[in-house]
Design a protein around this ligand. Structure first.
Ligand code: S3P
Length: 439
């Protein structure tokens, strides 16, 4: 099978998964740490920064707008903030790489600057919908041109005056909410965002930690423009979404017992734990204190047989990045697992319903797509074969889990983008017992 990057994995049954591991820093928090520390007055130290391509793309963007950022060691950054009005016009287009979070949050933040900017991205990001941010931002007075069909590049015209709004977003999206709040920093008056379902609140928490007055509760956020941010050290917790691959893998592979250290447990991120437990998973959670204002826990995951369920719709937004892994779990459950209310999966780094259904079917699973979800019929024995990740990091890692239960080798195409969110996944996975190597 050919692949877009020429980098493939060969994955196959390994041994039971054992040992202790710490996954890298949270991607969402790493983006926001660079953005808000750059806009603060003074010097902030960031610890636990994700050395992934997405967060590094955001870092490079702020450097190109005049922010001095030191990288004294892996996972460490010293950000010399320039103040909310201290960014400088960059020399050329700003490349967000694969990162929807980077581009959408920046659309809001840059709409408030005095200079023009252009945001570009890789092949996957260049197909993703941006009107969800540009349309509500235009109601605040922002002037942003998109490519045809509402996709990148984004041409953001600076120098206009923004006005606060009171808005109910159409999709439950932390990226959309955050874009509006970041524009709200530069707007006259008050910006209020109400959501159809609560989403992750890292932007709100970090603004508050850096001293910007903000009111927020699940599904609601309100701030007013014209304040300042004060530098502060930021500790990035381990990314629950990266831990999720190991949680699912240890649940599925017989004889496994894995310990995951100090994982970020923001309730808006941990929907997968509720759903896996409803399916019968054995996951023990021991609180291990706080990191960067977030509760972190040690998780002990043991192999357990699963049963299919209807995934409660109220958990969908809290596990939006975990569905590729959940589909793999559902293949190994007794009975059918039904997902509804998850149409957002179709506009992630790939169409995650279609890419997972195509690959899992190739391996012998039974998965029916619906417009906003899927029905996965458990109990089929997976076989080897060739599957495509379509350059989607979470799809590649999910197929690596599926391969641990397949009879035969699975070739996973186009895996280079795993480095956007989880550099070193393959080394950590093989250390715990995965059968996985680069082709
Ligand atoms: C993110 C929000 C989610 C998530 C993405 C990161 C964020 O997207 O899928 O990986 O950091 O705000 P939506 O908010 O658009 O669902």
């Amino acid at each position: 099978m050919s692949s877009a990057t020429g980098r493939d994995w060969i994955a196959s049954k390994g041994t039971p998964l054992r040992g202790e591991l710490a996954v890298p820093g949270d991607k969402s928090v790493s983006h926001r740490a660079i953005m808000l520390a750059s806009l603060a007055d003074g010097v902030s130290r960031v610890e636990g920064f994700l050395e992934g391509e997405d967060a590094r793309a955001t870092e490079a963007i702020f450097r190109s707008m005049g922010v001095h950022i030191e990288a004294p060691e892996a996972g460490g950054r010293i950000v010399h903030g320039v103040g909310v009005d201290g960014l400088r016009a960059p020399a050329g287009p700003l490349d967000c790489g694969n990162a929807g979070t980077g581009m959408r949050l920046l659309a809001g933040l840059l709409a408030g600057q005095s200079f023009d900017t252009t945001l570009i991205g890789d092949a996957s990001l260049s197909k993703r919908p941006m009107r969800r941010v540009t349309v509500p931002l235009s109601r605040m007075g922002a002037r942003i041109d998109t490519g045809e069909g509402g996709v990148p590049p984004l041409r953001i015209h600076g120098g206009g005056a923004l006005q606060g709004i009171d808005i109910e977003t159409e999709v439950a999206s932390a990226q959309v909410k955050s874009a509006l709040l970041l524009a709200g920093l530069y707007a006259r008056g008050t910006t209020t965002v109400r959501e159809p379902h609560p989403t992750r609140d890292y932007t709100e928490r970090m603004l508050q930690a850096l001293g910007w007055p903000i009111e927020f509760s699940p599904g609601f956020a309100r701030l007013e423009g014209g304040h300042r941010l004060a530098a502060r050290d930021i500790v990035v917790p381990a990314d629950f979404s990266s831990a999720a691959f190991f949680i699912v893998a240890a649940t599925l592979v017989p004889g496994s017992e894995l310990v995951l250290r100090r994982v970020g447990m923001n309730p808006r991120r941990t929907g997968l734990l509720h759903v896996l437990r409803l399916m019968g998973a054995e996951i023990r959670e021991t609180p291990a204190g706080e990191q960067g204002g977030e509760q972190v826990s040690d998780l002990v995951v043991r192999h357990a047989p699963l049963r299919g369920i209807e995934v409660p719709v109220e958990h969908v937004a809290d596990m939006i990045d975990e569905f590729p892994a959940l589909f793999v779990a559902a293949v190994h459950a007794q009975g059918t697992t039904v997902v509804r209310g998850a149409a957002e999966l179709r506009v992630k780094e790939s169409d995650r319903i279609a890419t997972m259904a195509a690959g899992l079917r190739t391996l012998g699973a039974r998965m029916d797509e619906t417009p906003d979800g899927a029905a996965v019929h458990g109990g089929a024995q997976l076989q080897g074969g060739g599957v495509e990740s379509h350059g989607d990091h979470r799809i590649a890692m999910s197929f690596a889990i599926a391969a641990q239960l397949a009879d035969g080798e699975v070739r996973i195409g186009d895996i280079a983008n795993v480095a956007t969110s989880f550099p070193g996944f393959d080394a950590l996975a093989t250390r715990t017992g995965f059968g996985l190597r680069e082709a």
